[in-house]
Structure formats: structure tokens, C-alpha cells
Design a protein around this ligand. Sequence first.
Ligand SMILES: [Zn+2]
Length: 247
Amino acid sequence: MLGDKVSVRPSLPGSFPLMSQTDFIAAPGGLSVTRVESMPFGENTYLVHQPPNRRCLVIDPGFEPDAVIAAIEEAGLEPEAILLTHGHSDHIAGNAALRKVWPGLPILIGRNDAPKLGDPRANLSAPFGFLVNSPPADRLLTDGETLDLAGLRLSVHEIPGHSCGHVVFRIMDCDPPVVFAGDVLFREGIGRTDFPDGSFDALASGITSKLYSLPDATLVLPGHGDSTTVGHERRHNPFVPDPRATR
Ligand SMILES: [Zn+2]
């Protein structure tokens, strides 16, 4: 079934205490999606590519970049860009390590979240007692634009509320659609809205207008936890139900 996962265990050199979990996610349209769940926040990094093309996108590299790098190298992939849904530390902590391995790898993030990359207070690492600094953005994303990367076309949709510059990425030309939702929409959950730039009303209205308007079969790959679908969330999300959904 779409969204189902199969665990793999990348072999890492040495005795690195690997806490992460790596899964292949069943995706439509011949897409290949690998999820690396990094501790300590259970954050999902996704690698996406369209075989036989070996170029891939890295979405939200988190706190265990060694596992992400191992997954890329074991699959023989060539990363073309880092796409960030937003600038919180658990989604950007791996940027610097990836750039050490692939120095030219561009970093793309929503225009309003770019300042968080180099600001440990704003990216919420300082409040947890450590400092995350990412290289600066190479490209700032705006609502409604289309990206042509790694042989894939993606549309960018700004949905603030968890973070003021949060974007989600939808793979175009894919049926059913696939959305990388970051911390906007989880399986029967939503992102926190109690941060200084948070807003429940903005989040709920963005989810309703920009995600619930997609087909029910749309595969939603969130920044934490298991995958879900638009149809499941319209009917069963306890925080943002869709009053138009029929059970
Ligand atoms: Zn976040």
C-alpha cells in the first residue's frame, strides 16, 4: 500500500552509535522515497528520486546526517539540492555535514524562514542547550513557484502557523499526488503553534485551503511520524477536521 515502509539498515563505518531508522516508503508514480528518522526528535529526512535517474533531493536533513549520507551513498545517488520545509533546528542540523561531503549542494528554503538558518535562538537549538548553524540559503522560495530539480517538478506552497516561513513541497505529474508536509500536518496531528511566530488560525486555514483541497488519495509525508493521506486527515484529524468531509 502507498505509504507503507520497509526498514533497511545502512552500514556505517566505525562504531557510530546510530539511533536513526531508515525505511523505504512505497510511493506512486515510480518515485523512490527513503526516510531516515533522526533522533532525538524523531525527525524525518526524505531522499527522493525518480529511477533510473540517480539524481536525488534531500528534504530536511536532521540531527543524524551520517545516516543520511550513508543512505545516499549506498543507493548510489547524487544529491542535487537540499530542500527545507522550514528552519527549525531538527530539520536543518544536517546541512553543514552534507555540504562538507557535497560542497556545491544548494540549500533552498522559504523566504521567511531563511533567517533561522544561522540563528540558533530563532531555529530553536539554543533553547535546547546546543547551537545549530546552517550555511545560508542559496535560493529563497515563494508561494506558488515551481522547481525543476533532479528530473522532478515540484510546486512550493507556503503554509505558515508552525513557522512563519514554512513551505510544503508537492511532486507534480504524480498520481496520486505526493506532498512533503514538514511540520504542518502529521498523521492525526498538526505542528505546534506555540512558538513566537506561530499561529493556529494560520496553520488551520493553510491546511484546509492548500492540503485538504488535494485529492483524498494524496500521500502526505510528514516531518515526524508515519505517512498519511489527505482523505484520512480530512476525516480523522482531531485538530483540523474538514467539516466538508463525509465519513
Ligand atoms: Zn518545526
